[in-house]
Design a protein around this ligand. Sequence first.
Ligand code: IVH
Length: 731
Amino acid sequence: MAKRRSDDAARDEAAIPAGDLTAQQAADEIADLSARIAQANEDYHGKDKPQITDADYDTLKRRLSALEEAFPDLRAADSPTAKVGAAPAEGFGKVTHAQRMMSLGNAFDDEDVRDFVTRIRSFLNLPGDAPLDFTAEPKIDGLSLSLRYEDGELVQAATRGDGTVGENVTANARTISDIPQRLKADAPGIVEIRGEVYMAHDDFARLNAGDTGRVFANPRNAAAGSLRQLDPKITASRPLKFFAYSWGELTAPLAETQMGAVERLAELGFSTNPLTRLCRDAAGMIATWAEIEQQRATLGYDIDGVVYKVNDLGYQARLGFRSTTPRWAIAHKFPAETAWTRLDRIEIQVGRTGALSPVARLEPVTVGGVVVSNATLHNEDYIAGLDSAGNPIREGRDIRAGDWVKVYRAGDVIPKIADVDLSRRVSDTPYEFPTHCPECGSEAIREPGDSVRRCSGGLICPAQAIEKLKHFVSRSAFDIEGLGAKQIEMFFADDDLPIREPADIFTLAERDAANLPKLKNRDGFGERSVEKLFAAIEEKRCIPLARFLFALGIRHLGEVAGTTLARHFGTWEAMIAAIDGAAAEPAFAAGDDKARRTALEESPNWAELTGIDGIGAVLVQSLVTTFTQPRERESIDRLTSMLTILPAEAPANAQTAISGKTLVFTGTLERMTRAEAKARAEAMGAKVAGSVSAKTDLLIAGLGAGSKARKAADLGVETIDEDEWMRIAGQ
Ligand code: IVH
């Protein structure tokens, strides 16, 4: 907001205590404050021309809350205090992408580029002399947008969001002149065009010098802030541009090659990047990267690397996708920007799995257009100047408070420290990593082979509990609107209406109903926002199994493993039964650590669990540990008793001959690599296991199949050969 300080705000601070006013005085002041807050909201959100500072705005809101608390009868249902924060109540509508919007894997050096090409050749089983072309084009540093055209007309524009669900910004996108309302040439009935919204350097400088009252950190933030405006008139006034480079749903292909498709995008009326080149091999790609990097400073817009894509769209289709990235494309990043600054102190944060993470608090410094005041220090070895294998990094130089350090930022990740300047060192004592948790005082233990020291406090450690809760409500987990990290901190510390474990979230409404000081009367809440919060919680009582598993925050159980386990077991009950079965061995219940481990590994359920493709012994161990710790288990049982956990569904393109089935490949396939066969089976909704068991539905036996084929025959598992597999795979 603008920096001018209003006399009104100064007056508000010196106001008579709310409790000393008469009802009439209070009513008058409430009306006055509400009008001024509404005006400030309109100036800020609607006109984009704030007239008062954030601090003054907060003063107005605080005063209004105090008055409403003293005179609850005078609180209006639509009081500005009923809105959480300053954000407008109505957001954008949500759009589920017809096809997920993917991100890209990264290459940081030439070696990574060569590996990328080798991986693709081997996946496709291409001989060394078979041609394999790639396109190379700048990676635009903006935000991606998906534009849906039906019968040539723009019908919808959506941001990427989490890749699956984005925000509906159609009205805003229509104001961008690079985006045609109507396609300029014949096109398939349905076309989704994807590309990047960005802001050019000169436009960015003009915008920041102008009278929006805000200074954006960089063109990317400016582009994002401008596109995500609730009022399309504001977006229209912002100089946004768009490059098209990709597509989603199509009713007919655009071309046979990536290059052909990019040309087609231009014919349809889109701007495409003029630096797009065709390369024949890794050497050509690397040369193009260097050429584009040379032009980086004079392009007039931000780019942060070069994207390589397999040119042949038939190959792209065969290569397919990993969970969030295509196998056929990669982003070759430019070296990160760096800056020197002073490290004030080292602080320790305790994460949800108890990891003690050191963070450098820095004197703020601008790195690549962004002000940086924190950097990760990874772990105690990193601070001491050692890598995970105990070899020196930074030539063994350690990092201490007061040091001058070189900070770098690569992409959106947390800044890191690349080096330290010993000539400017002031402290003569190396940093001592704590041996106890700074949050709960429990011993912090470092297991052999682990680079991380962990708090042993488990659920008694408030930091772990709070981080677990934040993870639980995060976007990829329960994603409860109105219950983010800030609210979790508030409820965690609250004694009237506490949330100390996930189950507490689902009893919140009930407890609030029984409580006297009501949530709706608190600062930052109000009748409407509480109703909305309770409705958002209610809505999440039904949750898909994969999301639920991820939300539990179990060590080593990420989104991919959550999906894999969900697909394998189908239901929560089946999964729990398998884990309990593994832990049910008498020797496990009674034994010492070693005997428990042996008992576990010998149980039939262990074989099933670790036999799931993509699920390793480390995760299984972590699952068993979690579910057998009585306090953890009780907490999870309390939670599940309040929820409906939806069984896993086969992937969207379901109902193939093999969806939901468990396949095992053995022997040598001649026409498809094992990697391609597995990817294809998974894309068709099947699970691929590494070993044959009673749960195997189909064995694909290539040349020289041996023991697995015999075991399948013994178990009566259907076995097919490669020809039959190729027919099923539709090749
Ligand atoms: S292709 C399925 N090409 O980079 C492939 N992405 O880090 C989809 N981006 O989410 C992406 N320039 O927002 C592609 N020339 C380009 C790009 C580009 C910028 C962005 C895009 C994507 C992100 C991944």
